[in-house]
Design a protein around this ligand. Sequence first.
Ligand code: TYM
Length: 355
Amino acid sequence: QPRVFSGVQPTGNLHLGNYLGAVSRWVPLQDQMPTIFCVVDSHAITAGFPDRAELVNATREVTAAYLAAGIDPAKSIIFNQSQVREHTELAWIFNCVARMGWLNRMTQFKEKAGKNKENASVGLFAYPNLMAADILAYRATHVPVGDDQKQHLELTRDIAAKFNNDFADRIKELGVGVPNPTPSPELPEELYFPLTEPMIAGPATRIMSLRDGTKKMSKSDASDLSRINLKDDADTIAKKIRKAKTDPDALPSETDGLEGRPEADNLVGIYAALSGKTKQDILGEYGGQQFSVFKPALSDLAVDKLAPMTDEMRRLTAEPGEIDAILKTGAEKASAIAEPVLKDVRKIIGFLDVR
Ligand code: TYM
C-alpha cells in the first residue's frame, strides 16, 4: 500500500529551500495517496539541546508552515515525532541492523560534526537510523525531500533490505510480510519493510545560498542574507534578492547557458519553482535580460507567494491552541499506524511479550 512520509527539523530559520524543495511539493500528494508529515523534534537535539522554549516554538512554527503551505489536517497526518514513541524504539532496533561502515560513509554527519568528530553526539552519528525508523514505522513507500537527503534514503533502503533478508524466515513463519512487488534475487519473496522510493524532482531540489552559488541554502548559515526565511517580511525579501550574488552577464535563453553560472542558475530555479514552471519557460521569458530586470520580477513573485503564507504562520503561532490540537490528533492517528508495526517487529525479533 503506497504511503508518503516526510519531515522537517524544528531548528529555526525555516527557509525557501525547505519550502520549495520539500513542503510545497507535499501539497499535491495529499490527493494521491495517504500522507504523513512529521515535525522531527527528536532529530533537533542531535546537534545540541536548544532552549526549551526555543524547541517548543520551533516545533509550532514548522507545523504552522505546513498548514500555511496547504497541508490539510483533514487529508494528512501532522504530528511531532517525540509524541510517538515507536520512532525511537524502532531506531534502537535499526542501530543494531545498520553497520558502522554504512554510517561512516554519511556525508551529512561529516559536515555537521566538523573537525572534532570525537566530540559529536552519538545521536548525530545515529541520526540516519532514526530517519529510517520515522519512515519505516509507517512502512511508507514514498519520501519527498530535497537532494541533500538522498544518501539518508539510500541508507533507509539498505536497512529495510537487511532486515527483510536477515529475518526472511521469521517474517514468513509469522505471516506478517507482503509479497515483494518487484521480485529480485537480492531480496526474499516476502518483505516486511518496503524499499522506499525517494521523490527528488523539479527545479528546486537544491536551492543554493544567495551569497554563494556553490553552497546550499541552509538554516545554519551565519549570514542571514544567504537565505530567504519564511518569516521574512516583504522588504527583507526584496533586499535579500537585490543583494543576491550574480555575475555581470544577461540571462541566457537556453538552460545550457546556465552551466558554470551557479548564481544565475539558482535564481532561475527559484523563479521556476515559485511559479510552477520549468527553467526553460523562465529563460524563454527573460533570456537576454539583465539581472536589473530579472531580480525585481523575482522579488515581486517571491513576495506574492510568500507573504500570505507568512501572515498565516503569524496568525497560527500567535495563539497556538489550534496547532497543538492538530498535533495531538495527528499523534493519535500516527500511533494507530506505528503501534501494530512495532508489535510485529518485536515478535520478529523475539522479545518476550508479557503484557
Ligand atoms: P531538514 O530539516 O534539514 O530539511 C527539510 C527539508 O528541506 C529540504 N531542504 C532543501 N531543499 C532544497 N534546497 C535546499 N537548500 C534545502 N535545504 C533543505 C531537505 O532536503 C528536506 O526535505 N533529515 C531531514 C528530516 C527528516 C526526514 C525524516 C525527512 C527526519 N526524518 C524522514 C524525510 C523522511 C532533515 O534534516 O531535513
